[in-house]
Design a protein around this ligand. Structure first.
Ligand code: PBG
Length: 314
């Protein structure tokens, strides 16, 4: 076996390769700030005011990154998340700005209520319950409003049953047949999202997300989730988090052979950063190895906060 491991030969025999085309860079846009603000639990990662986003996207595009997923921190929250579908909301304004300057950028939006609601849950709340069906039309409205502002792909992340179907119908009825859906199909109720909730101000006021996000102990259930989302019209399915769920990525890819995205989430980023800053691990090498393993497991696309650093290496 060692004959093929000589330096000169190794690159010829590589079975999986990371490329900047695989990467999706998350961008946090905060309507309440006027200059970029570092996220304390995600060293090196920032929230940007709306008017700085096109520049940030431009810098990443120079490194070869072409796809971006936007998360908004609105100035107004209420119990139904109405600023999420406001045509002058934080994401809508951002999309129009970015599109003006970057015709070629792939603009993806997270479609969810948690950043826009006072209670911080991903659906409409009654008492202590997160309601499924009353949430669906709102998700449809958000997706349409994002599409109107220039989104290429909408990515529902709230784990409401039927969300893909509701969004697909709403998009089609409004003339957005060509806007694709990347569904957070197998999204686990994970503790790896901790830093994101600080970044996006989406900490919930009560309870947890276990009544809608998946139980971490389950694998086959992910296949049922994916199957339903595909039936409802998802174009790309996502597994989230990534690193502790490589088995799920592999199973989904093998079972369905559709485009699979993996979300290398905030907690996965922060762990690497922390160990790197302590001098315990080589940050860039570790990030490269993690992202390669996600690719090797079967992901076609990877959403990662390491996007720019890795693009530099690539
Ligand atoms: C919103 C959403 C979350 C993430 C992406 N979209 C948070 C959550 O479900 O609590 C997490 C991303 C990350 O941790 O990097 N529903």
């Amino acid at each position: 076996m060692r004959r093929l491991r000589r330096d000169r030969l190794r690159p010829l025999l590589r079975e999986s390769r990371l490329s900047t085309d695989d990467l999706i860079m998350p961008v946090f846009v905060d309507e309440n700030i006027s200059s970029p603000k570092e996220i304390p639990s995600m060293p090196g990662y920032f929230r940007f005011p709306i008017h700085d986003v096109a520049d940030e996207v431009g810098k990443a595009m120079e490194l070869g990154i072409r796809a971006f997923i936007f998360f908004g921190i609105p100035s107004h929250k209420d119990d139904v998340g109405s600023s999420a579908f406001d045509d002058d909301g934080v994401i809508q304004k951002t999309l129009r700005n970015v599109r003006k300057e970057h015709e070629d950028a792939v603009l993806i939006t997270d479609v969810c209520l948690c950043e826009y609601t006072t209670h911080g849950h991903c659906g409409i709340v009654k008492g202590k319950e997160v309601l499924n069906d009353p949430t669906l039309p709102i998700l449809g409205k958000i997706a349409v409003s994002h599409a109107k502002s220039g989104a290429d792909i909408v990515a529902p992340s709230g784990m409401m049953d039927g969300m893909v179907k509701a969004i697909r119908s709403a998009l089609d009825e409004n003339g957005f047949e060509s806007v694709a859906i990347m569904s957070y199909s197998a999204k686990y109720a994970s503790s790896f999202y901790g830093p994101f909730r600080e970044a996006a101000e989406s900490e919930y006021a009560f309870g947890d997300r276990k009544s809608y996000q998946m139980d971490i102990h389950n694998g086959s259930e992910a296949l049922r989730e994916v199957k339903l989302d595909l039936k409802e019209g998802a174009d790309i399915v996502m597994v989230k988090p990534a690193l502790s769920y490589l088995d799920i990525i592999r199973r989904v890819k093998e079972a369905f052979n559709v485009p699979v995205a993996a979300y290398n989430v905030s907690g996965e980023y922060s762990m690497v950063k922390a160990a790197g800053r302590m001098g315990w691990l080589d940050e860039k090498e570790i990030a490269y190895e993690i992202l390669t393993s996600i690719k090797r497991a079967g992901a076609d696309l990877i959403i990662t906060y390491h996007a720019k650093e890795i693009a530099e290496v690539l």
